[in-house]
Design a binder for this molecule. Structure first.
Ligand code: GDP
Ligand code: MG
Ligand code: ZN
Length: 327
């Protein structure tokens, strides 16, 4: 028996002890994990998750035996229970969180946006905000939208404005996500399904279904799964040059959970505060009542958005009022 043929690929699906691994060129192999494979970080219940890059040996029957997992750039996890130390890795190596938001119909609060952004920061996942339904932005809403866009651009987040309905801005978003593994998140009703349909017209996701934003129904799974997106860009004919783009679907987690922040840690996940922490008098400054606080000073000078700061305070408050056993 020969084990010479070794391949590398992306785990796109997991079902029990089998992993679907996509290799360059588009072929998928059903793989298993070598029996004595050491589970990295004993706190995790699953050694491999979708998004992992693995090396495997092709066996005679055409299946694969995974022999190595590349280090993860990031991963999102779920605790089995609130107090449990065991965690379940939902997905790994996410290149881009696309936070879909709307200024109206329904209105996404900046509080929600800031929570999600802080969570993405904690997970080391780059985040961008896509404001959808821009066809509904009238003269009255326009200044507010511009103001909010400026707040996030100033912090360093890419911000896009699109309409899934008219197709406005979609090409720019396609260019932005090309070649990335993307996770779309946002409240129900903001148009995630419609937006994904506009990005990839072959998806045919149901629009207007309140409870379901995932691809469930189209592909029935309760596990996280990664799908190639067909960006079918009309402008360049040579598709072979395009880098594959992927969508992570995570049924079961509607939104990112909030990571277990400690109050003094939270500002590490607000980039505009993080860059000023060393100027606060106290290393564990929570930027509320402490003297010599560089963050508060930046808020007073209008350098840090007071809206972001208020949302920061609200998150701290919710951390402190939560189950005290956890910290
Ligand atoms: N006017 C307008 N309506 C939209 C747009 N995108 C989505 N919608 C509508 O918003 C509702 C919710 O869309 P859906 O994609 O199901 O949102 P999801 O819950 O985030 O997946 C549907 O009635 C869509 O037709 C848009 O760009 N403009
Ligand atoms: Mg939906
Ligand atoms: Zn401070």
């Amino acid at each position: 028996m020969s084990f010479d043929l070794q391949k590398e690929g992306l785990v796109v699906r997991t079902t029990g002890s089998w992993y679907s691994v996509l290799v360059e060129g588009g072929e998928t192999f059903a793989c298993r994990l070598r029996g004595n494979f050491r589970i990295r970080g004993s706190k995790q219940t699953n050694p491999i998750a979708v998004g992992d890059h693995v090396s495997f040996q092709v066996l005679e029957d055409g299946t694969g035996m995974i022999v190595d997992i590349a280090d993860r750039r990031n991963c999102i996890i779920r605790r089995s229970t609130k107090l449990s130390k065991q965690t379940h890795v939902i997905a790994a190596n996410i290149d881009q969180l696309c936070l879909v938001a709307t200024l109206g119909f329904p209105r996404t609060s900046t509080g929600f946006i800031d929570r999600l952004l802080a969570t993405a920061e904690a997970y080391h996942i780059p985040a961008a905000i896509i404001f959808n339904k821009c066809d509904l932005i009238d003269d009255e809403l326009r200044p507010l939208l511009n103001e909010i866009k400026d707040i996030y651009r100033n912090v360093g987040y890419p911000v896009y404005e699109v309409s899934a309905l008219t197709g406005d801005g979609i090409e720019v978003v396609k260019e932005f996500i090309e070649g990335k593994v993307c996770l779309f998140s946002g409240h129900s009703g903001v148009g995630k399904s419609a937006l994904l349909n506009a990005i990839d017209s072959t998806l045919h996701l149901k629009v207007g279904e309140i409870s379901d934003w995932s691809l469930k129904g189209k592909h029935t799974t309760t596990f996280a799964e990664i799908f190639p997106l067909n960006l079918n860009s009309q402008k360049d004919g040579d598709k072979s040059l395009a880098k594959p783009t992927f969508l992570i679907d995570t049924p079961g987690i509607k939104e990112f959970g909030m990571v277990d922040f400690k109050p003094w840690e939270l500002s590490h996940f607000f980039p505009e505060m993080r860059s000023r922490l060393q100027d606060c008098r106290f290393a564990t400054c929570t930027h509320r009542h402490e003297p010599g606080c560089a963050v508060k000073e930046a808020v007073e000078n209008g350098v840090i958005s007071s809206e972001r700061y208020q949302n920061y305070l609200n998150i701290i408050e919710s951390i402190e009022s939560d189950d005290p056993i956890r910290r």
